[in-house]
Design a protein around this ligand. Structure first.
Ligand code: FRU
Length: 499
């Protein structure tokens, strides 16, 4: 067996890049058939097989949205990074594309995408293993595509070899264009502090280092991954995913964080002046490595809908990871608010429920549902969402005294104050293994993975009757069409309390 494996390995080693790509596509096609569908999302992007982490290269190019992701096809765990690829016209319906980047001597870590000279250009981190401590080196690479499907790596890679601070941690370039120049922010670490470096280029291939755009002074972690920098509603936003921020009461309870700072920036002196603290972007259990793109004047965001170093129950099914729903961003009172992309309403297939759910009443739904809840915020809300056939469950609560919203999964509480700035409705998106709760105008959002078996059951444990409108949602991502999103007739079942 060992011999056969070695022969197999040496044959793979002799393949050209294009041959490797073809082999990979046929591997994916075959392997896909073996994937257990029970937790596969119906309207969230997931890898066809294997592992996914960060969304990458999110870009609007020639009328089409492109979303890539960190991808290891050969196992449901992290491995040498590829870039998976999906496209969409509306950020809601997604099509699977061939794997865009395969590792060679460099693993293809996170990065971004931009249109240049009619090409879709990907700027990514090449992670190269070395013989000496720390046993890796990170540099920036480019790949080009004139058809938006096939990507060719730039022959003069790497284009930025190392940062001025010589840190081996130098990754996740986010590129954008301002007037006639390109700019990029790149995550790094300097003396144990998370750092974002700013670069400039006129042609994407030669880069000039400009400045440290921002840096932790100790309390904001040792490494800042996946930086993004953009203008929104008159301010500049630095979005990043810090590692090493210590838990503080209800804040920073996940393994790693994703958040932002708001400030001002001018392109003449390259100084970002923050006028506020770092703020978490999403308060759920699973949200990391958020990234944005802009199209038609709207700033869109998506994130890895998972977390490092936590259990991923789908791993035994042959895949791991999804991305969150794409959200539209606005800046209100110096805080980012996130709403699901408007086109999400196109997924509404049928009305699943319209009416009142009184205390102790239960309603059963399919696997993919949107639930809108109107309530009286002078009273508590207490909802249980669990599986028709058991499995994972989650509680959603509103405490009218403290004005806090909590999402509680397996005893793990995520909680934050909520002061509505407009609408007081809760909008809940449930998929086969996820929950997203958008409060009001999106000033408070929770994203948490939950693994119910069967469809979703909603129980109203609140002291108040809730007004509910719910829709069964249709599938909008590639997947096994034999799996149906069974919807229920809309009857409300009373809970029988067993004494
Ligand atoms: C963030 C991250 C990035 C890196 C990639 C590797 O989750 O650690 O910093 O480029 O994942 O897969």
């Amino acid at each position: 067996v060992l011999c056969l494996c070695l022969i197999g390995l040496s044959q793979t080693a002799n393949l050209t890049y294009d041959e490797l790509k073809r082999e990979l596509e046929s591997y994916i096609k075959n392997k896909e058939k073996e994937i257990n569908q029970r937790y596969r999302p119906l309207y969230h992007v997931a890898p066809p097989v294997g592992w996914m982490n960060d969304p990458n290269g999110f870009a609007y190019h020639n009328g089409l949205f492109h979303l890539f992701y960190q991808f290891y096809p050969y196992d449901s765990k992290w491995g040498p990074m590829h870039w998976g690829h999906v496209t969409s016209t509306d950020l809601v319906h997604w099509k699977q594309k061939p794997t865009a980047l395969l590792p060679e001597e460099e693993q293809c870590f996170s990065g971004s995408g931009i249109t240049y000279d009619n090409n879709l250009v990907l700027m990514y981190t090449g992670h190269v293993l070395t013989e000496e401590e720390p046993f890796y080196k990170q540099s920036q690479y480019l790949a080009f595509s004139d058809d938006g499907v096939n990507f060719e790596k730039f022959r003069l890679n790497p284009i930025i070899t190392s940062p001025p601070n010589n840190s081996p941690d130098f990754r996740d370039p986010k590129v954008w264009k301002h007037e006639n120049d390109f700019y990029a922010v790149i995550g790094s670490k300097e003396n144990g502090n998370g750092t974002v470096l700013l670069y400039k280029s006129s042609n994407l291939t030669t880069w000039e280092y400009l400045s440290v755009l921002a840096q932790s002074t100790g309390e904001l972690g040792y490494m800042w991954e996946c930086p993004d920098f953009f203008e929104l509603d008159g301010k500049f936003i630095l979005l990043m995913s810090p590692q090493g921020v210590r838990e503080n009461g209800d804040r920073y309870k996940n393994v790693y964080q994703t958040g932002y700072m708001v400030g001002t920036f001018d392109y003449d002196n390259n100084i970002f002046e923050t006028d506020g603290e770092f703020q978490e972007l999403d308060y759920g259990h699973d949200f990391y490595a958020a990234t944005t793109t802009e199209a038609k004047g709207i700033r869109y965001l998506t994130a890895w809908f998972s977390m490092w170093e936590v259990p991923h129950p789908e791993d035994v099914d042959g895949w791991i990871g999804t991305t969150t729903l794409v959200r539209e961003l606005r800046l209100v009172n110096n805080r980012l608010i996130m709403k699901p992309v408007e086109e999400i309403v196109d997924l509404r297939e049928s009305l699943a429920l319209q009416g009142n759910l009184s205390t102790n009443q239960v309603h059963d739904f399919g696997k993919a549902v949107e639930i809108l809840i109107e309530s009286n915020l002078n009273q508590n809300i207490d909802l249980l969402l669990n599986g028709l056939n058991g499995g994972g469950q989650v509680q959603l609560k509103y405490d009218a005294t403290n004005r806090t919203v909590s999402v509680i999964r397996d005893g793990e509480v995520r909680r934050v104050e909520w002061a509505p700035i407009g609408s007081q409705i809760w909008r809940i998106f449930l998929d086969t293994s996820s929950l997203e709760l958008f409060c009001g105008e999106g000033e408070v959002v929770f994203s948490s993975r939950v693994y119910p078996l069967g469809g979703w059951r909603l129980t109203n444990n609140s002291p108040q009757t809730l007004k509910i409108t719910a829709y069964t949602l249709m599938r909008s991502v590639p997947g096994n069409s034999s799996i149906r999103n069974k919807s229920f007739s809309g009857t409300i079942i009373s809970v029988i309390t067993l004494l």
